[in-house]
Design a protein around this ligand. Structure first.
Ligand code: VGL
Ligand code: ZN
Length: 257
C-alpha cells in the first residue's frame, strides 16, 4: 500500500497514501526553484515595473536570484516565460478586436491602459489591459541575459493563446487549460516549490496559489520578487499566507545580517 505505483506516482487518494505523501515531503524533499517571467519587457521594456504604480526596480531581482542560484542547489530550476501572440487579449491596443460583454462598465472606445474590461467571449472573460508585452520571439520576451541559467533547467511558456491570459504558470485565468508545469514538477517528483521573479502581485502570486492547490509545499522568496502595485502585493501576500505558503527573505537574512 505504501509503495509508489508503477509510474512512480504517489497514491494520494487514500488515507495511507496521504500519510506517505506527507512523510515523503518531510523526509525526502525534492526542491524546484521556479523563476517567474524574468523577461526584458518587465525589467526594462514596455511593462517595466519601475513605471508601474509601486515604482519598483524589476532589474533588482537579477542579483537576488543569481545569488540564490549560487548558494543553493535545487533539484530542478524552471524558468517561466509570458509568451503572447500578437493578437493577445491582454494588449490594450487589441481591445477593439473583440466585442465587450454588456456587463462591462468601460466603453470600448474609452478603454485605456490598466482598465479592467469584460469581453463577451464565450467564455465571458474579465481582463486587465496591459501594454503590448512579451510577444513570442521578440526581444521583450527574452529572459534577461544577466540572469544565470544552470544546466538542470526547464522553460515553461504561458499565455500562448490569443483569447485568454495566464497569470499563473499552471492554469490560464479561466482555468480551462494548463501548461506542462505540473507534469514537469511531478515527473521530477518535486515536493517543494520555491518561487521568485516578477510580478509578485500578478504572475508570481497566482503561480504560488496554484502551486499550493496542487499540493506542493510552496515557499516564496520575497526579496527576489518585484511587483506592480503595493496594495495588490500586500493583498497577495496575505492570500498566499492564508492558503499555506511559507514566505521568506533570502538576501536580508543571509547576506546583510
Ligand atoms: C504579468 C502582467 C501581464 C506578469 C504578465 O508576468 O506578472 N503581468 N502579463
Ligand atoms: Zn502578459
Amino acid at each position: 500500500l505504501l509503495d509508489e505505483d508503477k509510474d512512480g506516482k504517489l497514491n494520494k487518494t487514500d488515507f495511507l497514501g496521504n500519510c506517505y505523501y506527507w512523510l515523503k515531503q518531510i523526509l525526502n524533499p525534492v526542491s524546484a526553484l521556479v523563476i517567474v517571467d524574468v523577461q526584458n519587457d518587465f525589467l526594462e521594456g514596455s511593462l517595466a515595473l519601475r513605471n508601474c504604480p509601486a515604482g519598483q526596480d524589476g532589474l533588482g531581482v537579477i542579483p537576488a536570484i543569481n545569488s540564490v542560484l549560487d548558494t543553493v542547489t535545487f533539484d530542478l530550476v524552471v524558468y517561466t516565460r509570458d509568451w503572447h501572440p500578437q493578437d493577445h487579449i491582454s494588449f490594450v491596443d487589441n481591445v477593439k478586436q473583440r466585442p465587450l460583454h454588456s456587463s462591462c462598465k468601460v466603453k470600448q472606445s474609452d478603454a485605456k491602459l490598466y482598465d479592467t474590461v469584460v469581453f463577451a467571449g464565450p467564455p465571458i472573460t474579465e481582463q486587465k489591459l496591459w501594454p503590448r508585452h512579451c510577444v513570442q520571439g521578440s526581444w521583450g520576451a527574452e529572459i534577461h541575459t544577466e540572469l544565470k541559467i544552470p544546466d538542470n533547467h526547464v522553460i515553461v511558456d504561458k499565455g500562448k493563446r490569443s483569447e485568454v491570459d495566464s497569470y499563473s504558470a499552471f492554469w490560464d485565468n479561466n482555468k480551462l487549460s494548463q501548461t506542462e508545469l505540473v507534469s514537469v514538477l511531478s515527473n521530477h517528483k518535486v515536493t517543494d516549490v520555491h518561487l521568485c521573479g516578477v510580478a509578485y502581485d500578478v504572475c508570481v502570486g497566482f503561480t504560488g496559489l496554484h502551486s499550493i492547490e496542487h499540493g506542493f509545499r510552496t515557499i516564496l522568496i520575497e526579496d527576489a520578487c518585484r511587483g506592480v502595485c503595493l496594495e495588490d502585493i500586500d493583498q497577495m501576500r496575505k492570500n498566499l499566507l492564508e492558503k499555506g505558503s511559507v514566505n521568506c527573505k533570502y538576501m536580508q537574512e543571509y547576506l546583510y545580517d
